[in-house]
Design a protein around this ligand. Structure first.
Ligand code: TYD
Length: 136
């Protein structure tokens, strides 16, 4: 079982020029899994919170493509807050971690690279069920 300390910020590096930056994400290179799905959260109203679930198997790479927001990670025993505001960094979320997302800045874009296609069966949406899965 993974803990919040296994969820790390990964430096994606960037190709910099006077005309701007490029950051590249590649399967099994700087992304440590096969990317099966990409989605992004945007137009999140001020004050809204998202997430509030865990996943049985899904691995995710989270990038603040624009703006900023905060992920609150929870393994059932410990919590960790991660502030994301840099498109050249990703937060790697391992399976079996509860997350909430808050403090979206206006116009922010939360891009998510995922190791599996969407499946509602992979969600743990009930916190008690999550703790039970974590054997806590
Ligand atoms: P959810 O992952 O619960 O959103 P968040 O964690 O950002 O609050 O997804 C919300 C809804 O969006 C979900 O009930 C179904 C739909 N959805 C898809 O159809 N496909 C997807 O890949 C995702 C991420 C969500």
């Amino acid at each position: 079982m993974y803990s919040v300390s296994d969820c790390k910020i990964v430096d994606l590096s960037k190709v910099h020029s006077d005309a701007g930056n490029i950051t590249v994400l590649e399967n099994n290179k700087n992304v440590p899994f096969d990317i099966k799905r990409i989605y992004y959260l945007y137009d999140v109203p001020m004050g809204s919170e998202r997430g509030g679930h865990g996943h049985y198997e899904l691995e995710q790479f989270i990038v603040a493509a624009s703006g900023s927001f905060t992920f609150v990670l929870d393994d059932g025993e410990n919590q960790k807050e991660v502030f994301l505001n840099d498109p050249s960094k990703a937060l790697y979320i391992k399976p079996g971690i509860w997350r909430e997302i808050k403090n979206f800045s206006s116009g922010s874009i939360c891009m998510v690279l995922a190791s599996q296609i969407y499946s509602e069966k992979d969600y743990l949406r009930d916190y008690k069920e999550f703790l039970n899965f974590k054997k806590l």
